[in-house]
Design a protein around this ligand. Structure first.
Ligand code: HEM
Length: 446
């Protein structure tokens, strides 16, 4: 098989002592899994008082996230407490009636049927990034993670808020959210000790300043939309206000869409550039496909069927480095998964990081081989970068269109190269990132 094996943290064998497990979970969640757990169908364990069930096969993820979805609607306490300061009761972390109402209001905004209408704004943002790169000297150093985060933030703003974000505001959100992720606790010790959910969790003071900065940017956008200034009239905020959502609900959903919609796509695109920089044949094929389909233009909605290899690269990137590497739910009732009794209060996880590298489901699972996505669709529920079931990502089709449009548009003119000496290792924060930065050099296409 062609391709190369991109980096992943070393895998231990056997069981880790509890203090070591917790230390690793806090540092980088990807380091807690032993080599043999990648092939297990289901992992049943307990950390302190907390029962945990990890679903790691198509049948078990389907059982938990589809068949038992009603009892597993609630996100884990860790996820809720980590995001609540920023998202409030935004639908990413809410449940029950609030989640249902918000989902109904928000899901249509990025529905596949609207993509043709939203795509020109994506193409515009990609074309402007290409011009900004072209204005720099060949080989200029960039932090590709920040570049892609600013591009994705700009895309969300133009598509969902109907207006430009602008470089300074984009940078502010990107820097603040990176700091937020670094500061947020990766585990919730209180729930591991069985303490109730309503007990307030200690919050690092640094979070508050970052939240204030992000909220200020989003509030400015909302204010401008509601005042009807300089937008193109298609704004999601206008639609939410017209649907009768109050100011706080509107702000929480706007922040949710902004965050859920830019950080994940940004990580996917940054990882794709890294992978292509290490795989010259795949990079050349992406470029040749883009040059022939686009002839120098920015990619648009109608071009997507002519960019199958770029799409395969994006899908393989999402398999190897799923931006949301861990899906966690709290069981609100006792249930059963693959014959294992799951008590109320257990944490039920699907871990794309494990499932996507399960050797029973994938040939040479650690290898970067985009061609595997050209050969046909993966087995149902073996590939879940966007989750599955009622809480599946509402932006999945949007994200696929966005990442292919941006990569193909930029790959026509640029062949980013990893900066000499840069060390890349996936780290699990709220999302899976290639470290805190991704230093690359903006080489031109020869
Ligand atoms: C490559 C890019 C993306 C990836 C990998 C991704 C992945 C995910 C995943 C895994 C979830 C579910 C988490 C869970 O089950 O615990 C989710 C939820 C969500 N995503 Fe995405 N996402 C991406 C892009 C987007 C975009 C572009 C938008 C909107 C413009 C978006 C909006 C949302 C929303 C609103 C939810 C919450 C849905 C709910 O809880 O009902 N995402 N995403």
């Amino acid at each position: 098989m062609n391709g190369f094996v991109p980096p992943f943290p070393p895998r231990h064998t056997g069981r880790l002592p509890l203090p070591e497990l917790l230390r690793r979970a806090r540092r980088n969640f990807l380091e807690v899994w032993s080599a043999d757990q990648f092939a297990q169908e289901v992992i049943v364990t307990r950390v302190l008082t907390q029962p945990i069930v990890v679903c790691n096969s198509p049948a078990t993820v389907q059982a938990a996230f589809i068949d038992e979805a009603a009892a597993l609607e609630r996100k884990s306490p860790q996820m809720r407490h980590a995001l609540e300061p920023l998202l409030g009761d935004g639908l990413f972390i809410s449940d029950g009636l609030v989640w249902r109402e918000r989902r109904r209001a928000v899901a249509p905004i990025t529905h596949a049927s609207r993509l043709a209408e939203l795509a020109p704004a994506i193409s515009g943002a990609a074309a402007e990034r290409a011009e900004a790169w072209a204005a720099r000297p060949p080989g200029a150093p960039v932090d590709m993670l920040a570049q892609m985060a600013e591009l994705a933030a700009e895309v969300i703003c133009r598509t969902l808020f109907g207006r430009r974000l602008g470089a300074a505001a984009a940078r502010e959100v990107v820097v603040s959210f990176a700091r937020y992720q670094a500061a947020v606790p990766q585990i919730d010790p209180l729930s591991l000790f069985g303490l109730p959910d309503w007990l307030p969790r200690p919050r690092p003071w640094r979070l508050r300043a970052e939240v204030r900065r992000i909220h200020a940017v989003v509030d400015r956008l909302i204010g401008a939309v509601l005042a009807g200034r300089d937008g193109d009239g298609t704004s999601v905020v206008g639609a939410m206000a017209a649907a009768g959502m109050g100011a706080t609900a509107c702000r929480n959903e706007a922040v949710t869409l902004f965050m859920a919609g830019h950080e994940t796509s940004a990580n996917a695109m940054a990882w794709a550039w890294f992978l292509l920089s290490q795989a010259p044949e795949a990079a050349a094929r992406v470029r040749a496909e883009a040059v022939s389909a686009l002839e120098g233009r920015a990619a648009g909605w109608a071009d997507l069927p002519r960019l199958p290899f770029a799409r395969a690269v994006v899908e393989e990137t999402l398999r190897l480095y799923p931006p949301v590497p861990l899906l966690a739910r709290l069981a609100s009732a006792p249930l059963e998964i693959a014959g294992h009794g799951v008590p109320r209060g257990a944490l039920v996880l699907a871990v794309p990081w494990l499932l996507h590298r399960n050797p029973r489901l994938w040939d040479e699972p650690d290898r970067f081989v985009p061609e595997r996505f050209l050969a046909g669709r993966p087995r149902r529920h073996a590939y879940i970068p966007f989750s599955l079931g009622p809480r599946v990502c509402t932006g999945a089709q949007f994200a696929l269109a966005e990442t292919v449009i941006c990569l193909s548009t930029l790959a026509q003119r640029f062949a980013p190269r990893l900066a000499p000496g840069a060390r890349v290792m996936p780290v699990c924060r709220l999302t899976l990132r290639p470290g805190e930065t991704l230093p690359m050099l903006l080489d031109r296409v020869a």
